[in-house]
Design a protein around this ligand. Structure first.
Ligand code: GNR
Ligand code: NI
Length: 173
């Protein structure tokens, strides 16, 4: 397994729309292994393939808090159902390092996808799991959480990231 470099804003690659995978084979599993290792190394709870520069509809996630890892793999995910009710979560993104902001998203959703073995699955998600899967699925469309902020906040973040010097640890906008 290999730890890959995570692409950060501003970078046009992050705006690409990712393409569906035709089947889950050894190449895709190798990619998912590398993505998971990269995500763990960066202390993230999710990662989309485009964040390491690969425009495929593949996501890895692990929202477990303890040492008992519980990785989830999503290939070609589709949202089947989502709540009208919204929930607010303070989101961050490995491609927008050190910046955090509240984002509203549907509180509950159902996602259909292929797993690590290429088997068709449905996940019913709420709480952080629902927030995270929707954040990751946005990456597949070239959307970042900062796109939901005011133009002023978004511009400020992108400007600061493009200078990337003396970035403090954690900035909540
Ligand atoms: O590590 C991550 N934490 C997080 C926190 C709140 C909402 C979404 C996320 S996903 C993020 C990792 C990432 O950038 N995935 O694309
Ligand atoms: Ni992200």
């Amino acid at each position: 397994m290999t730890i890959k470099t995570i692409i950060t804003e501003p970078n046009k690659i992050l705006r690409q729309v990712s393409q569906p995978v035709s089947s889950v084979g050894d190449d895709e599993r190798k990619l998912m292994d590398d993505m998971l290792e990269t995500m763990y190394a960066a202390n993230g709870i999710g990662l989309a393939a485009i964040q390491i520069g690969i425009p495929k509809r593949i996501i890895v996630m692990d929202i477990s808090k303890d040492r008992n890892k519980n990785p989830l793999f999503f290939v070609n995910p589709i949202i089947k159902n989502k709540d009208k009710e919204k929930t607010t979560y303070e989101e961050g993104c490995l491609s927008v390092p050190n910046y955090f902001a509240e984002v509203d998203r549907p509180k509950y959703c159902e996602v259909e996808y292929l797993d690590y073995n290429g088997e068709n699955k449905i996940l019913k998600a709420d709480g952080l799991l629902a927030t995270c899967i929707q954040h990751e699925m946005d990456h597949l469309e070239g959307i970042l959480f900062i796109d939901y902020l005011s133009k002023l906040k978004k511009t400020m973040i992108v400007k600061k990231l493009s200078k990337k010097k003396n970035n403090p640890d954690r900035i909540i906008v």
